[in-house]
Design a protein around this ligand. Structure first.
Ligand code: DND
Ligand code: ATP
Ligand code: MG
Length: 269
């Protein structure tokens, strides 16, 4: 299918994959970009999921290698719970596995709740999609916190967007979609897991069920339940394999509906 291969190319998914090569290439990118941008820190929210774990492992290695070359470079891992998160143990285990230079914790609940309350007080219908809207507020609040930290630390914010999420448009626009660098770009989910494993991540985190965990009324809801397709199907699609027609339809429809998220704001002039 021509459309499938056009999308694969647009999302930068390569035909071949070798975990060791990807690790080397992406660490080199993080090192070069930090130096060229004249910044001295990377900042990343660590959720307990495999994406932020993988990006964190790459970032910590990159700054360590920069320091070995005599440069100033720090990795700041940021815990950003909304109150107490359901998978708290996984977030703690991810931080331990990364061994970041610095760990900061910012509870986003007071800010997210207060913003939501202020919006509702402004007269918006309080009932419709409350948890869904609050979920996006949480993702944007995490972005605000990470940029505040980056601002104080001459830092750059790492985003964890990758080909599988970009394909489905499964992120909050200007929330977790906002970042300065994307070291997982072009990888599908199974390749991220392979990179994480090759970096020595604990098995239970490598194979953890992916979750946005944003809607307070459905904690840890698996992404796949929302998609209506599996990551296996998404990954196969991105590797150019043919999948069930119904799954292809869902993927193509999600990709088209989220085109605006993968583009800069639309100019009207
Ligand atoms: N055609 C168009 N052209 C330009 N802009 C357009 C547009 N259609 C909507 N928009 C704008 O986009 C907004 C909708 O986008 P957005 O605010 O992102 O919201 P939306 O795509 O509706 O929701 C985000 C989805 O991503 C999921 N998510 C979020 C965060 C993290 C993760 C994760 O996996 O960790 C997953 C979340 O569970 C939810 O299903 C609209 O409110 C509107 O402002
Ligand atoms: N509770 C959280 N604490 C800190 N950062 C978070 C939290 N939730 C989300 N984030 C940030 O938002 C990003 C997007 O979330 P997403 O769920 O896609 O990735 P993940 O949790 O790392 O992996 P997975 O997709 O497998 O769950 C995360 O990689 C992380 O940087
Ligand atoms: Mg997650």
């Amino acid at each position: 299918m021509i459309e499938q291969f056009t999308i694969i190319k647009a999302l930068g998914v390569q035909p071949d994959f070798n975990a060791a090569h990807e690790i080397e290439k992406r660490i080199a990118f993080l090192k070069t970009y930090l130096v060229d941008s004249r910044q001295t820190a990377y900042v990343l929210g660590i959720s307990g999921g495999v994406d932020s774990l993988t990006a964190g492992l790459l970032a910590q290695r990159a700054v360590r290698e920069l320091r070995e070359d005599g440069r100033t470079a720090t990795f700041i891992a940021v815990r950003l719970p909304y109150g107490v998160q359901a998978d708290e143990d996984d977030a703690t285990a991810a931080v331990t596995a990364i061994g970041p230079d610095r760990v900061m914790t910012v509870d986003i609940k007071p800010a997210a709740d207060s913003l939501m309350a202020a919006v509702l007080a402004g007269g918006i219908d309080p009932v419709l999609h409350h948890h869904f809207i609050l979920g996006n507020v949480k993702a944007r609040q995490r972005m605000v916190a990470q940029y505040a930290i980056a601002g104080t630390a001459s830092g750059l914010v790492i985003g964890t967007d990758h080909a599988a999420e970009a394909l489905m448009g499964f992120y909050t626009k200007f929330g977790d979609g906002a970042a300065d660098v994307l070291p997982l770009a072009g990888l599908n989910k199974r390749r991220i897991r392979a990179v994480a494993a090759a970096l020595g991540a604990p098995d239970h985190l490598v194979w953890k069920v992916p979750t946005a965990d944003l809607e307070s009324d459905a904690p840890l809801r698996p992404d796949e339940e929302v998609y209506g397709v599996t990551y296996e199907q998404i990954d196969d699609f991105l590797e150019g394999r043919s999948i069930e027609p119904a799954a292809t339809d869902r993927i193509l429809s999600a990709y088209k509906a989220s085109a605006h998220k993968r583009a800069l704001p639309v100019p009207g002039g």
